[in-house]
Design a protein around this ligand. Structure first.
Ligand code: HEC
Length: 138
């Protein structure tokens, strides 16, 4: 019985000691990129290579159309690519707002499209868009 009490006391002391240090650590942390809104095109390039190149390349069409200079390009405009009617009729220009909506959920933005993929994390979308923007020279 005494043993259990001593252990409980020890655990409580440990909590009291550890807790203030934990808080101090959190307060000292630099704000995250999510908080500052900073974008990272280098990370965007890595994300493109990891997530998008299963279906897209920059200069050739695969399951998805080529994405070179997609920033500033009209939707559905790669000649000869078999776009869905949804994308052909969309008439959007791919820039920050439209790319963010497309990558958040293509089916919500342009129902009936053929892209079976989305990017759930806002920071990842921002980094990807920064990469497309930079590589299109915009
Ligand atoms: C599973 C395959 C697949 C993956 C993975 C994929 N896409 Fe696509 N993407 C497509 C297809 C197919 C289309 C054409 C959709 C249509 O015609 O409705 C498309 C179209 C697009 C378009 C419109 C291009 C235009 O010419 O109008 C953009 C922009 C795009 N994808 C970006 C991305 C990005 C960025 C990623 C990675 C985060 C990605 N896609 C991942 C298949 C994919």
């Amino acid at each position: 019985m005494f043993g259990v009490c001593a252990m409980a006391l020890a655990a409580e002391l440990l909590l009291l000691r550890v807790h203030p240090f934990g808080d101090a650590g959190a307060a000292a942390q630099a704000p995250s990129r999510e908080q500052t809104g900073a974008v990272d095109p280098v990370r965007g390039k890595a994300l493109f290579e990891k997530r998008c190149t299963g279906c897209h390349a920059l200069t050739t069409d695969h399951e998805g159309p080529r994405l070179e200079k997609v920033y500033g390009r009209a939707s559905g405009s790669v000649a000869g690519f078999p776009y869905s009617d949804a994308l052909k009729k969309a008439h959007v220009v791919w820039e920050d707002g439209s790319l963010d909506k497309w990558l958040t959920d293509p089916d919500v933005f342009l129902p009936g499209n053929n892209m079976d993929f989305l990017v759930a994390k806002p920071q990842e979308r921002k980094d990807l868009i920064a990469y497309f923007k930079q590589s299109a020279g915009k």
